[in-house]
Design a protein around this ligand. Structure first.
Ligand SMILES: Cc1cc2nc3c(=O)[nH]c(=O)nc-3n(C[C@H](O)[C@H](O)[C@H](O)COP(=O)(O)OP(=O)(O)OC[C@H]3O[C@@H](n4cnc5c(N)ncnc54)[C@H](O)[C@@H]3O)c2cc1C
Length: 484
């Protein structure tokens, strides 16, 4: 086991045989994080929620979000490096996830603005008409301090899992633009210049099929605010990202795609974020294990560094193995996203395979991130729970990962659905066959098929152990494709 590879994100990526295109300048970005970014990130986490200035001194509504000055400097590093623009005019979509990996190793929360900006740009590029694209895509792809940010706002106060029932935001047609009225309850990267917003065209059914997706600019055509921010949320982690409650009052927005296909567009945006969430989870795992390593090498108990005790050593080996498998799963979902990203409904079987992989990756990597962060805290003993060292922060950050972009229940149930309705597990097994042990593969296939024959309630009730084992099996098998 090469523990040295854990020290930095680029070393870990290279240890798995991931090539780092020189034009990405990942090492330069890493150097910046080591020299300056780490300290800025730690300070912003400690300062807590950014501050909302709703009115200027003349009583006009401005809704400015105030951060420490260094925040903007830290945020711009990733945009300049190509966390969004590489997907369109550079080294390609996977490159943006490498920048995301590196970012999330240092600050898991900061990867959120890049992710939602990327999702906004990808959906706009794919479903916006040429006028919308020409107008709104270039500012999202800027490489300087004037770059625009995106956001993806679906969840409302009634809940995020059952969007078909809970989205109350109404969209009324009115010429080239629509008017949106409603409230978004968990709006990350609030303050963004553009947001993807789920709304229900007036008269559409109260189901997921009744939802459409809109592009909503921060300012109206006449320059006034197009949405207002009721308040910012005080969160345990991802404090570098302002998450707020947004009020829409006849807000100007542009329809993306066809209204009746809105739910597919919403899920496409969410799936980009789920892939990124998986990459971010793995990066956080690496960071937590790396912190544990630094401590375990130097902390002495019973006459030797705790790392040298057999039980601890074995735990490190197992953690690293799980980390590598988690990376293999997350990275394969990046590659599949790159392959199917231009598909439109009705999707091909490869797209459904991508969906299944993404549900497995989002579910499993987020859970492993929580477990790794908890374990890193235990390795630190009492020091681990103290606010003055970074390790407790990774647990706070990790706890966000299973929840946003769809909870574990959602991933399991949607994963089950794509297997039951589209048979995505068959294609998954075919893909895994060259590397898998044939008997284990057959057993897993039989288990899934038997599960899908259960009555619906039993299928749901008993889904978690199956999904967990399928994720581990998939991750371990995919790891054989990587250099380890
Ligand atoms: C830090 C943070 C940032 C966020 N940013 C955004 C954002 O930018 N945009 C956005 O749209 N949303 C955002 N969210 C919201 C997030 O997507 C939701 O929290 C998530 O989708 C779950 O919705 P909910 O919290 O309303 O829980 P609910 O939907 O109310 O669910 C409550 C619980 O019930 C479970 N549950 C629901 N249905 C079932 C079922 N059929 N079977 C079993 N269990 C079930 C859920 O899994 C969950 O455990 C953010 C959340 C967080 C924590």
């Amino acid at each position: 086991m090469d523990l040295e590879a854990l020290r930095t994100p680029t070393r870990f990526l290279q240890s798995l045989g991931i090539s780092l295109p020189p034009e990405l300048e990942l090492r330069e970005l890493e150097d910046w994080w080591e020299a300056e970014g780490k300290a800025i990130s730690m300070m912003i986490d400690r300062l807590g929620t950014p501050w909302l200035r709703a009115f200027d001194r003349f009583g006009r509504r401005v809704d400015e979000i105030l951060y420490p000055p260094d925040y903007r400097r830290m945020l711009l590093q990733g945009y300049r490096a190509g966390a969004v623009w590489h997907a369109f005019e550079g080294a390609g979509l996977p490159a943006t996830f490498l920048i995301g990996y590196l970012t999330a190793f240092y600050d898991a929360g900061l990867y959120c603005p890049y992710t939602v900006s990327l999702a906004t740009a990808l959906v706009l590029h794919k479903y916006g008409d040429s006028e919308l694209r020409d107008r709104f895509l270039p500012p999202l792809l800027r490489r300087d301090g004037e770059v625009w940010q995106g956001a993806t706002w679906m969840t409302e106060a009634g809940g995020g899992s059952d969007l078909g029932a809970t989205v109350e935001t109404i969209a009324r047609p009115g010429g080239p633009r629509w008017q949106l009225t409603g409230e978004k309850y968990f709006a990350s990267n609030v303050g963004a210049e553009l947001a993807l917003v789920a709304a229900r065209p007036e008269g559409a059914p109260r189901t997921v099929r009744g939802l459409a997706l809109f592009l909503l600019p921060r300012y109206r055509e006449d320059g006034s605010l197009n949405y207002t921010i009721r308040r910012l949320k005080d969160k345990i982690g991802t404090r570098a990202v302002p998450t707020g409650e947004v009020e829409l009052r006849d807000s100007e927005a542009y329809l993306l795609g066809r209204p009746e296909e809105g739910i597919y567009l919403i899920l496409e945006a969410l799936n980009v974020s789920r892939v990124a969430n998986s990459i971010g989870s793995v990066a956080l795992m690496q960071r937590a294990i790396a912190e544990a390593l630094t401590f375990a090498e130097r902390r002495v108990a019973f006459g030797r560094p705790i790392l040298e005790h057999p039980l601890m050593r074995r735990q490190f080996e197992e953690r690293v193995r799980t980390l590598q498998a988690a990376f293999a799963l997350a990275w394969t979902s990046v590659q599949m996203l790159d392959e199917v990203r231009m598909e439109r409904p009705p999707y091909s079987p490869r797209y459904h395979l991508f969906r299944l992989l993404t549900h497995l990756a989002k579910y499993w990597t987020a859970e492993q991130a929580v477990q790794a962060a908890k374990w890193a805290m235990e390795v630190h003993g009492g020091m681990g729970v103290l606010g003055e060292y970074p390790v407790e922060r990774w647990l706070r950050e990790a706890m966000i990962l299973p929840i946003w972009e769809g909870t574990p229940h959602r991933q399991i149930l949607d994963g089950l659905e794509v297997m039951a309705r589209k048979g995505a597990h068959r294609l998954l097994m075919e893909q895994l066959a060259p590397e898998a042990d044939p008997r284990t593969l057959e057993e897993m296939m039989d288990r899934v098929e038997a599960h899908l024959r259960l009555p619906p309630d039993a299928q749901e009730a008993q889904a978690e152990p199956l999904f967990r084992d399928l994720a581990r099996f998939t991750a371990d098998t995919l790891l054989r494709r990587f250099r380890v």
